[in-house]
Each structure stands twice: as structure tokens, then as C-alpha cells.
Ligand binder design. Structure first.
Ligand SMILES: Nc1ncnc2c1ncn2[C@@H]1O[C@H](COP(=O)(O)OP(=O)(O)OP(=O)(O)O)[C@@H](O)[C@H]1O
Length: 224
């Protein structure tokens, strides 16, 4: 599902990622852990097409997601690729405050030009599955932290992405909501066959994943 070779990221003199390579199979749930500043978020953003690796030609970088080398895509094609293949879940959900839960979930589908009835049907199915249908017409500030994160999960899934990237998804939740969210990832994998790549400081979540990749100073330290 993901095969990346020689990812380098530099900010001026600072080398944040030092020739990182990795392979993640379809339906795998992988965690990326490591000390603050190790480069986890930067790596996730590059794999998720939100950031670009530095000078891919110079470093022979290849980042294959679902068979497509994303380092070769123009910005326009990259946006389309992201919209169709990738879902994101962030620590601070990043729901748009002026829209209802239902509208927030539908946004990626509208960007993909799915018609309203179809998008809303799928959003409602996801909300049912996630147990938040009764909050459909509420705005994000009217929702609890756990509900907000479930809405963000539904938004990440609306276009049926092959892979979901999550950056500290439970970092802002209490332990009960965090545990429920973690269970949800594994249930979603079972139900929809998604691949999950999760950056986390949560040891409990990391220990539940199929594989834990440990980052240290811009490189993978070891694999379990
Ligand atoms: N836009 C940027 N410009 C300059 N330096 C950056 C930029 N983004 C990240 N960095 C630096 O890159 C390094 C890695 O940051 P990154 O956010 O990837 O770490 P992390 O492992 O996710 O840390 P944390 O666990 O604290 O979120 C840090 O030293 C950070 O300051």
C-alpha cells in the first residue's frame, strides 16, 4: 500500500528526515512513535501529500501510495490524488466551526463532486456506524471532544480512502474516549479494509497496532 524510499526533509541546515524508507501493507495498522522533534509529524505529512520531501531527484526519493509515486505528481493532480485516496485525522480535529457535523463530513465528498444526496447518505451511514447520528445538525462547538473526533473520523472516511493518516488522534481526549477511538480504528479496518498510519505518544495505542516504528532523530531506530 505504501512503499517509500529515501525520504529526506531539510529546513535550511536542519535535516529533519534522513533517508527514511518504509513499507506498509494494505490493511496494516502501524504506529509511529518517538521523542518530540524526532520527525514523526513531518514524515506523516509527507506520506500524506501535505508536505513535500526535499529534492526527490537528488536523493532518488520514491513514495508509492497505492502504486502511484506521489513525488511525480503536479500540485493539481496531487490534490486530486489526496482527495480520492487519503484520509486525515488530526489531534485538534480541525472541523470547520461554521458548518454542522453533517456538512463537515460531506466536504471532502463535495470537493470530489459527489452529489449532495449521495454524500449525505454516506455521511449518515458513517455517523450511524460511529454512534453520532443524533448530533448531525450540531456545530462543532456544541459537541463533546469525543463526538468531535468521531465526526472528524467520518470526514476522513467519506471518500472511502485506501489509507488513513492520523496525527495524535487521541492526544486531546480523556482516557475513555481515547480507548473508544482506538477500538474504532481496528473495527474500521475490519469493516472497510483501511490501512492506518498513526503518529502517537499513547503507549497503549502503539502497543495495540500491528507494528510500531520508532523514530529517533530523523530515522527509524528499530522495528517490532
Ligand atoms: N516548517 C518548519 N520549519 C522549520 N523547522 C520545522 C518545520 N516543521 C518542523 N520543523 C522541525 O522539524 C523537527 C521535527 O518536527 P516534527 O513536528 O516532525 O516532530 P515530531 O516527532 O512530530 O514531534 P512531536 O512529537 O513534538 O509532535 C523539529 O525540530 C521541528 O522544529
Amino acid at each position: 500500500m505504501i512503499k517509500a524510499t529515501n525520504i529526506v526533509k531539510k529546513y535550511g541546515e536542519l535535516e529533519v528526515l534522513k533517508n527514511v524508507s518504509l513499507e506498509i501493507a494494505e490493511r496494516e495498522v502501524v504506529s509511529i512513535v518517538g521523542a518530540s522533534g524526532a520527525g514523526k509529524t513531518t514524515l506523516l505529512q509527507i506520506l500524506g501529500t501535505l508536505e513535500k520531501s526535499s529534492e526527490p531527484n537528488k536523493y532518488d526519493t520514491e513514495i508509492l501510495i497505492n502504486g502511484q509515486d506521489i513525488t511525480k505528481l503536479s500540485d493539481k493532480n496531487l490534490s486530486r490524488f489526496r482527495n480520492e485516496n487519503i484520509g486525515f485525522i488530526f489531534q485538534f480535529h480541525q472541523l470547520l466551526p461554521e458548518f454542522t457535523a453533517l456538512e463537515n463530513i460531506c466536504i471532502p465528498a463535495f470537493i470530489r463532486k459527489t452529489n449532495k444526496a449521495e454524500a449525505e447518505k454516506r455521511a449518515k451511514e458513517l455517523m450511524d456506524y460511529l454512534g453520532v447520528s443524533h448530533r448531525m445538525n450540531h456545530k462543532p462547538t456544541q459537541l463533546s471532544g469525543g463526538e468531535q473526533q468521531r465526526i472528524a473520523v467520518a470526514r476522513a472516511l467519506i471518500n472511502q480512502p485506501k489509507v488513513v493518516f492520523a496525527d495524535e488522534p487521541s492526544g486531546n481526549l480523556d482516557s475513555k474516549n481515547a480507548e473508544e477511538l482506538h477500538d474504532l480504528f481496528f473495527n474500521l479496518r475490519k469493516e472497510f479494509g483501511q490501512t492506518f498510519v498513526i503518529v502517537t505518544h499513547n503507549e497503549e495505542l502503539a502497543s495495540l497496532t500491528d507494528r510500531k516504528l520508532v523514530m529517533h532523530d530523523g530515522k527509524f531506530q528499530e522495528e517490532f
